[in-house]
Design a protein around this ligand. Structure first.
Ligand code: 3SK
Length: 517
């Protein structure tokens, strides 16, 4: 089951490879991107990337290994800037477009980026940084037309631009990874990481191929979205649809209907709200060949309902910012809803118990650690967290998993999310899945809550589907429903109905926020 070794030359530039392979294969005239403004061929992308790399190096005077912050909404300017920087040996840092001014100030200061390329819509948050963050020299506006615009910068660049002579293990780009505690960590990836994710996961497991049209609801600044919409399509010669706006069901339905993608990449919350939406496409309206889900475990019921409606499975998997993309996944023809599937060949997984011993017994949960060739090499400026996460060959995930009797990995919550109720471990995820199987429930989050004796019991926060009214009768019904499905001690002692759940930018429920609510 070991994949063939991926040969990477001694001199290797990831952007040069991802674009150059398409030009060499004669795909220059094929469409690589469709965004809200139009479509672009591989030839056009190559010229934009050359102009960008050359302008960053020559016009703005950046040196190899300098950082450039990229806070850009999904559209052609994102791949232009991200790949242009990489081609020039400059290190782009793709960051979340939904953060606050103080988050951006932290990232600019921590990274000492000399240039920030930001979408016009985000300029008010970044304008105060010039002068405030001493290392920031230039603010470039994507989408604008003035002298500070990306368009003006590209016009100063050259269409002929030789790639920087980087090596496979040179720093290539960063993403900021946010944990449940502490400041975000600049996660440093190297040039060889990108192609490894494409060759190990996207081609063999996802089945992406030349000519496919793909659409990711997850944005390019997430590791999940970056693979989905940038690395994978370029690796095989596909076309990616990019959408700047928030991925609401309505916006996603419109793109699915208009562009008829072969592959759709979503997250569990979105799949659930799409299925609950009256405008959800009917069976036969879409031509999907594959769908993926990541970010958090996909409730079994959502996967089954999607499959029943569209005749295509959702390949639920798990990846991480640290591993760059998915290393554990279901696969077509072997989908086990309620599990994350099996390891992606090329990655090794182990489960570690609280004493640091490897778990070899089915059904016993432990922390998931991963060994594989796309692991980040460090957290910038953070030797303690680097040492705690990147332990030589093994990278810690902070997620708890167990392997069931059939060899499939089952998510059991974050390392710190498990509840001990009356001395017995309860997975909040298991209780949430039971609640989500109730017809009235759109989303659920379960946390530990102290009872009058200061003993921990499960409490559920629930978002109802439209048309269902909160009330005592529904509370009683939901408790009975969980007791019916699971061991009775697992039922939530309290149920609070809420309008929405706190989530990270990648869509993970922030249970710690509910615990302290
Ligand atoms: O959250 C995930 O499962 C994930 C998947 C792919 C890439 C990155 C992440 C965080």
């Amino acid at each position: 089951n070991t994949p063939p070794a991926i040969k990477i030359p001694e001199r290797y530039n990831a952007a040069d490879d991802l674009i150059g392979r398409n030009l060499l294969a004669g795909r220059g005239g094929k469409t690589v991107y469709i965004d809200d403004a139009g479509s672009y061929t591989y030839d056009e992308l190559a010229l934009r990337v050359n102009r960008c790399g050359s302008a960053l190096r020559t016009t703005l005077g950046l040196q190899p290994k300098d950082r450039v912050l990229v806070c850009v909404l999904d559209g052609i300017d994102f791949p232009t800037t991200f790949l242009g920087a990489i081609k020039g040996g400059v290190v782009p840092i793709a960051i979340n477009t939904l953060l606050t001014e103080s988050d951006y100030e932290y990232m600019l200061t921590d990274s000492a980026a000399r240039v920030a390329v930001v979408s016009q819509e985000l300029l008010p948050l970044f304008a105060p940084m010039l002068g405030k963050v001493p290392t920031l020299e230039h603010l470039v506006v994507a989408g604008g037309a003035g002298e500070d615009s990306l368009a003006a910068l590209l016009a100063t660049g050259s269409e002929q631009f030789e790639a920087a002579p980087t090596r496979p293990d040179d720093h290539c780009f960063w993403l900021y990874s946010s944990g449940s505690t502490g400041a975000p960590k600049g996660t440093v990836h190297i040039h060889s990481d990108l192609i490894h994710t494409a060759e190990l996961y996207a081609r063999p497991i996802l089945g992406i191929r030349e000519g496919d049209v793909v659409f990711s609801a997850a944005k390019l600044f997430f590791a999940y979205g970056l693979g989905n919409g940038l690395i994978f399509p370029l690796a095989v010669g596909a076309t990616a649809v990019l959408m700047a706006e928030r991925p609401t069901p309505a916006a996603v339905f419109e793109r699915l209907r208009r562009h008829q993608p072969d592959i759709f990449y979503g997250v569990p919350t979105l799949y659930a709200s799409m299925l609950a939406n009256p405008d959800c496409p009917k069976e036969g309206e879409l031509r999907l060949r594959a769908c993926t889900s990541a970010g958090e475990a996909l409730p079994e019921d959502v996967g089954r309902r999607w499959q029943a409606r569209f005749g295509v499975d959702i390949l639920d998997g798990i990846g991480s910012t640290e591993m760059l993309h998915i290393f554990l996944s279901n696969r077509a023809g072997d989908v086990h809803y309620g599990t994350s599937g099996k390891p992606v060949p090329g990655y090794r997984l182990r489960l570690i118990d609280e004493d640091g011993a490897e778990i070899t017994t089915a059904g016993v949960a432990g922390e998931l650690q991963i060994s594989g060739p796309s692991s980040a090499v460090m957290y910038w400026n953070n030797p303690e967290k680097t040492a705690a996460t990147f332990m030589g060959e093994w990278t810690r995930s902070g997620d708890k998993y167990l392997v069931n009797d059939e060899g499939y990995y089952v998510y059991a919550g974050r390392s710190d999310d498990m509840l001990k109720v009356s001395g017995i471990y309860v997975s909040p995820i298991e209780v949430e899945s039971a609640l989500i199987a109730h017809e009235a429930v759109l989303e659920a989050a379960v946390v530990g809550w102290e009872d009058e004796d200061h003993l921990i019991k499960p409490k559920a926060f629930i978002v109802l589907k439209p048309g269902y009214g909160a009330g005592e009768a529904l509370r009683t019904d939901l408790k009975a429903h969980v007791k019916n499905l699971l061991a009775p001690y697992k039922y939530p002692r309290w149920i609070e109905f809420v309008d929405d759940l706190p989530k990270t930018a990648t869509g993970k429920i922030q249970r710690f926020k509910l615990r302290s609510a």
